[in-house]
Design a protein around this ligand. Structure first.
Ligand code: GDD
Ligand code: MN
Length: 383
């Protein structure tokens, strides 16, 4: 209702403009069936809003329930502007929704928070204030900073998973995540300039939007504010086991932005393929089968195993328009062409040089690996 309010000058007020200067902030709230939460959220946000913050809420909604109507109703009594982007296709899930909101925001600061009140709205102004005062580009509300807690994370299992995945993630990206104790947090403030310089390189996937922004946008300075993760106000968490798989794929995608990094991961996946391949080979030769047909059969186990990891993790965002069966067919064809080349090599090593079957197979697998990587990038997935 107050959409005609005066806005700060384009580009926003400088950080040292003093307490009387107004700061613009867009609060992006992704929603998927949160009808029971949005009114309470807006009420608490409004109650927490200091005079110098010029705030607007932007819901990015993928709901199938009456959340849009609930937002409209709540907006009528809300003292600041409330906007909604309703998406017909929920591309990228939670992160995809947030990125749509980031692109649409025009304020100097952007705060991202959940709709379910697990993120205390009273902390929203402090995130922006901390960023202004510290001259930071990113301010993370952290459960793991001193004074923070994850009281609302239900169950020992979820807490352990959260801790472990945080450790692994920080280990994978030590420099980009320096100074961020809670890279999995979904509650943070970021300068629009930091995001808008990088929107074209964002590849949102799954739940961890902060991870995406911290790694791909490289904010110059980061600050943290401890917070205590609350219980959900209404409704249920939308997080699923499938989300865990997406998280792994997201980590791999973030870690394999360069071809060299992709080849290393391709190799690591290939290495794990030794297990089903050699296992099947041992089982088949134990039945008395000659090692050459056993090689061919055993190879199919390795191929399928590798395809699953490569298709679901490494090349997940390069799958393009090809049907999965087409990709599997091409992948299997390449792998078996590879085997055709490998067989004479293995035969040479075994029959000509007296090498044992298993080490000869290992050597041959390694030598053909680079060719296979390049062919997979060019012929199965999108370059
Ligand atoms: N637009 C849109 N589309 N919103 C979504 C979608 C989607 O596909 N999926 C979830 N959301 C919204 C929910 O409606 C909610 O407002 C917010 O995203 C978080 O979803 P929850 O289902 O409540 O997630 P959570 O509590 O399990 O996870 C939260 O805490 C994690 C830390 O434990 C999130 O903030 C995560 O980002 C965070 O890592
Ligand atoms: Mn939640």
């Amino acid at each position: 209702p107050t959409g005609g309010q005066d806005r700060a000058a384009p580009g926003g007020a400088p950080d040292d403009a003093g307490p009387s200067a107004r700061t613009t902030v867009t609060v992006i709230i992704p929603t998927f069936n949160e009808a029971g939460n949005v009114e309470e959220l807006l009420t608490r946000l409004a109650a927490a809003l200091p005079a110098h913050l010029d705030c607007a809420a932007l819901f990015v909604d993928d709901s199938t329930d009456d959340t849009p109507a609930a937002i409209e109703r709540a907006a009528l009594t809300c003292p600041f502007p409330v906007n909604v982007i309703h998406r017909e296709v929920a591309t990228g899930g939670l992160s995809g929704a947030v990125v749509e909101g980031l692109k649409a925001a025009a304020s100097e600061w952007i705060v991202v928070m959940d709709a379910d009140l697990q993120h205390p709205p009273s902390l929203m102004p402090e995130l922006v204030e901390t960023g202004r005062r510290a001259g930071a580009d990113l301010v993370v509300a952290s459960r793991y900073a001193g004074g923070g807690s994850h009281a609302g994370l239900s169950g020992r299992y979820r807490v352990a998973v959260s801790r472990a995945s945080t450790l692994v993630t920080k280990g994978l990206f030590p420099s980009a995540l320096r100074g961020i104790s809670d890279p999995m947090s979904g509650f943070f403030a970021i300068r629009r300039s930091t995001v808008h310089a990088n929107t074209d390189i964002l590849k949102p996937l799954g739940y961890k939007i902060l991870l995406e922004l911290a790694i791909r946008c490289r904010p110059r300075a980061v600050a943290e504010v401890p917070f205590s993760f609350q219980e959900r106000y209404a409704g249920e968490s939308k997080s699923t086991v499938r989300e865990g798989m997406r998280f792994l794929a997201h980590l791999v995608s973030l870690r394999t932005a360069t071809p060299v990094a992709r080849m290393v991961v391709f190799g690591l996946i290939g290495l794990t393929g030794f297990l089903p391949n050699l296992g099947a080979l041992a089982a088949l030769t134990a039945t008395g089968l000659h090692y050459l047909p056993a090689e061919i059969l055993a190879n199919q186990f390795g191929v399928l195993w590798n395809f699953l990891f490569i298709d679901l993790l490494l090349f997940r965002d390069r799958r393009g328009h090809r049907h999965w069966a087409d990709r599997l067919g091409r992948f299997a064809l390449l792998a078996n062409a590879d085997l055709v080349l490998r067989i004479p090599l293995i035969a040479l090593l075994v029959d000509g040089m007296g090498m044992a079957v298993l080490p000869a197979t290992a050597v041959a697998l390694l030598t053909t690996f680079v060719i296979r990587f390049v062919a997979t990038e060019l012929l199965v997935y999108l370059p």
